[in-house]
Design a protein. Structure first.
Length: 596
């Protein structure tokens, strides 16, 4: 699929487009003539070294495009000798996608008596073929061929860009370059002394290391989180960041220092565009999951879903038929849609007053601005091309990643809080705020092992409000609920540290009394009974007076008559306390009883 040579790349270009190719060529020629008319008075200045230590050569360059046939160096030199040339007006020359090969020329003037060692690089790693000829005193002194159409080990430098180093002798050296690519013809030609070039490489390594480190750490953290909690937005966010890092490593050439073998001239182009849509698709689905757009923006949600399905399918068709230009256009359309749809989903979430919508919009707009800056810089339009504008996309995406991570962190925190609240209410009686039966069992079960091992005493007090049915019948259930709240508070206030109180059902309450013998439990139960008897219900009804009957069961000297398992003993104690409560109610109420 990928295998192409310099010889057949031309036939591919001519046979793949037909009338469309000729129309593109005509339009390109019109624009070229218009530009030539506007900039005809401009002349490329020579680059004086060693005064010129580093910089981009766009404004020092004159160039023209090939027409129908591939030119030889001699034929190209004749064109450069004419006045039919274009002149660079920005740091980077950008001519579009799938355009005719371009010839460039600039002049290096070494004013020093010593040879000067400089590096020349074209910092767009997806350029298929680049040929450079160095001409001094009318003689060609060096020819350097490279580009991503060559195996990595066959390139002039083992480097992520097309680059070579040369010692420029005293006097003028004309540099002629021919560039051919199916991808975007963006040509930021960098010329630096070797020392400056090494310094830039080191600085760039630290910068990329910091950016990728942040994003990879966030990606791995969220993927691990997804593995535990299985919420798809965390997994999609991790894939989105990983996809972007891989895409960035690809279009900056770093990935292809590892995996660019001799897979053909357009292997890197295909890999770049498919990695480009990978992070876009993951990012759009992440936004759908995070913002729940299906709930309040179903049309937008369906459009996003179809965009992330149909465009990749179209690109795959282009891949099957080996039509790189078609697939590349679709990839750029998807990336444009990605930026616009991200913002659109954020705005819809903002209108629906969804949590975190403001932060999401801020992050997506920031990323869009940075992507635009980087794109315009590479295109040589409005924004100057330099290391900062070229890396704006990574900075913007890192900033977006941090903001989106803060959204996920806050969402995770809220989910944990909701879980704790749900667990609390699952163990708590909502009316009295005491434990319910489930909460009572969980808390008492956790203490049971220590009680058994240390042979400590344990007791149960079962409490029932006297005449509570009459309260409901006379004053209504609202007053009855308020009575239950006041009694529950009195019981809770009467409990000692370590005692566990719960609402057992209806008007019944239970208190677990660890480290308390049966006799001690009777004393504690009596204290609870007196506290309930002394409750003032004046805020509810001045005539209302209530008491409580209490049944107690417990151990003596830590000895259990039944098996010391939690379930058997608790059930036995509760049954005994219930029998004692029945006796207390039957004997006149407002008293504490035990079953001997």
């Amino acid at each position: 699929m990928f295998k192409r040579t310099r010889a057949n790349s031309k036939s591919y270009r001519g046979s793949g487009c037909g009338i469309f190719s000729r129309l593109k060529l005509a339009i390109s020629s019109i624009f070229a003539m218009l530009f030539l008319f506007v900039s005809g008075s401009l002349f490329a200045e020579t680059i004086d070294i060693p005064k010129f230590t580093q910089g981009s050569l766009g404004k020092h360059t004159e160039y023209f495009r090939e027409q129908d046939n591939k030119l030889s160096l001699e034929a190209a030199l004749k064109v450069f000798a004419s006045n039919k040339l274009l002149h660079g007006t920005s740091n980077s020359i950008s001519l579009g996608i799938d355009v005719a090969p371009v010839w460039m020329k600039f002049t290096i003037n070494n004013r020093s008596p010593l040879a000067q060692h400089y590096r020349l690089s074209v910092e767009t790693p997806w350029i298929d073929y680049i040929d450079t000829w160095l001409i001094q005193d009318g003689k060609m002194v060096k020819h350097i061929a490279g580009g991503d159409g060559y195996p990595f080990e066959s390139r002039p430098m083992q480097y992520r860009f097309y680059a070579f180093e040369h010692e420029y002798l005293t006097g003028q050296t004309e540099v002629i370059m021919r560039v051919e690519t199916k991808g975007p013809m963006a040509l930021p030609v960098q010329f630096s002394s070797v020392e400056q070039a090494i310094h830039r490489d080191i600085a760039s390594g630290y910068q990329y290391g910091a950016l990728y480190g942040i994003m990879l750490a966030l990606a791995l953290y969220n993927l691990v989180l997804f593995g535990f909690i299985r919420q798809r937005e965390y997994g999609l966010y991790g894939l989105y960041l990983l996809g972007f890092v891989l895409n960035s490593l690809s279009y900056t050439g770093q990935l292809h220092t590892i995996i660019t073998y001799d897979f053909g001239a357009y292997f890197q182009d295909w890999l770049d565009i498919f990695l480009m849509i990978t992070y876009s698709v993951a990012g759009l689905h992440f936004a759908r999951a995070l913002l729940h757009t299906k709930d309040y923006a179903p049309k937008l949600d369906r459009f996003v879903l179809r965009t992330t399905l149909y465009i990749p399918l179209g690109m795959f068709v282009g891949f099957v038929f080996n039509h790189l230009f078609f697939s590349m256009i679709l990839a750029f359309i998807l990336n444009t849609c990605f930026v616009m749809l991200f913002i659109a989903m954020g705005v819809k979430a903002l209108q629906a007053q969804k949590p975190f919508a403001v932060i999401f919009v801020l992050s997506s707009v920031t990323a869009a601005v940075c992507i635009t800056i980087s794109t315009l810089a590479v295109a040589g339009v409005l924004v100057p091309y330099n290391d900062y504008t070229f890396k704006a996309i990574e900075v913007g995406m890192a900033f977006e990643a941090i903001l989106l991570a803060s959204i996920l962190a806050r969402q995770f925190r809220m989910a944990q809080i909701d879980k704790l609240i749900a667990e609390k209410y699952a163990r708590t009686d909502p009316l009295t705020e005491l434990n319910n039966r489930r909460g009572f069992k969980e808390l008492t079960e956790s203490k049971w092992q220590d009680i058994i091992e240390d042979q400590h005493n344990v007791s149960i007090a079962l409490i029932d409000i006297d005449y509570f049915k009459q309260v409901n019948d006379t004053y209504g259930h609202n007053i009855g609920d308020e009575v239950l709240k006041l009694v529950a508070k009195a019981i809770a206030d009467s409990c000692r540290e370590g005692d566990i109180a719960a609402r057992w059902g209806g008007e019944e309450f239970i208190v677990f009394l660890p480290n308390t013998s049966r006799d001690g439990a009777i004393m504690q139960a009596e204290h609870i009974r007196e506290t309930v008897e002394n409750i003032s219900f004046s805020t509810l009804n001045s005539e209302l007076l209530l008491t409580a009957s209490i049944g107690v069961a417990g151990t003596v000297a830590g000895k259990f008559e039944l098996s010391p398992t939690y379930q058997d003993t608790i059930e036995s104690l509760v049954k005994s306390a219930d029998r004692a409560l029945y006796i207390a109610k039957h004997d006149g109420k407002n008293q504490v009883k035990i079953v001997s």
